[in-house]
Ligand binder design. Structure first.
Ligand code: ADE
Length: 237
């Protein structure tokens, strides 16, 4: 997959792309990311990318011309699925990550201040928010999307199991994990995990995932509770 990013803070991407699994994905040729400085496409001595809002009010608005010019230059080389990061977009989730992981090229446009001049909507395919809160800009949301999408690309994660478990994740939170020591200051690892009984372990994990989902994310259970209960019963908890 190739990702183009359009931003006024290109350096913000250095550490995320230069570390851990994303770094390895780039080295293995599974992912390439090119970060474009929006300021390079702005006119005038100060190369302003923002201006005061028509109609008055607080804050600044990002200008439409630089982003349209930048998109044109980027798409001259590679056409892509164009996403604007904005708190006013559709909420990003695992399903959207999966959808995007099927695209060859995506272009992420990072907003700032009070957002872009609305006319930018005619030049993009989708508006995405990463959640119901307002950040200082679209860079962290863009990195989050790159991370969530890249790990779904074939060959990026070392362990095939991690992806297999993903379909389970869409309905329930992950089950609790434990590693050595078996006893930490009197807090013991659940005995079933040391039993070697794989059916009992699988049933315990499903039951615990269900409990945790009920406690932390009851909204996930509204649609799927019945289905999950049947599955838990079938594995014999
Ligand atoms: N820019 C500022 N806040 C954002 C959010 N929650 N999602 C996407 N882009 C943003």
């Amino acid at each position: 997959m190739h990702v183009d990013v359009i931003t006024i803070f290109p350096r913000m991407f250095d550490s995320v792309l230069g570390s851990s699994i994303l770094k390895r994905a780039v080295e293995k040729g599974k992912l390439s990311v090119k970060v474009h400085n929006l300021r390079d496409y702005a006119e005038g001595r100060h190369q302003n990318t923002d201006d005061t809002p028509y109609g008055g009010g607080a804050g600044m608005v990002m200008k439409v011309e630089p982003v349209v010019k930048c998109l044109k230059a980027v798409e001259k080389k590679k056409k892509g699925y164009k996403i604007l990061l904005t708190p006013a977009g559709k909420t990003f989730d695992q399903k959207t990550a999966k959808k995007l992981s099927g695209k060859k090229n995506i272009i992420l446009v990072c907003g700032h201040y009070e957002g872009f001049d609305r006319r930018v909507e005619d030049y993009i395919d989708e508006e995405i928010s990463i959640g119901d809160y307002v950040l200082t800009g679209g860079e962290i949301p863009a990195m989050l999307i790159i991370d969530a999408v890249s790990r779904l690309l074939p060959g990026v994660l070392g362990n095939a199991e991690s992806i297999k478990y993903e379909s389970f994740m869409e309905e329930l939170l992950d089950y609790p994990h434990y590693t050595r020591p078996a006893d930490f200051k009197g807090k013991k690892v659940p005995a079933v995990l040391l039993s070697g009984n794989h059916a009992a372990i699988a049933a315990w994990r499903k039951e615990e995932a269900l409990k945790l989902t009920k406690k932390n994310r009851p909204d996930l259970l509204v649609r799927t509770e019945k289905k999950t209960r049947t599955a838990v019963r079938r594995t014999g908890s």
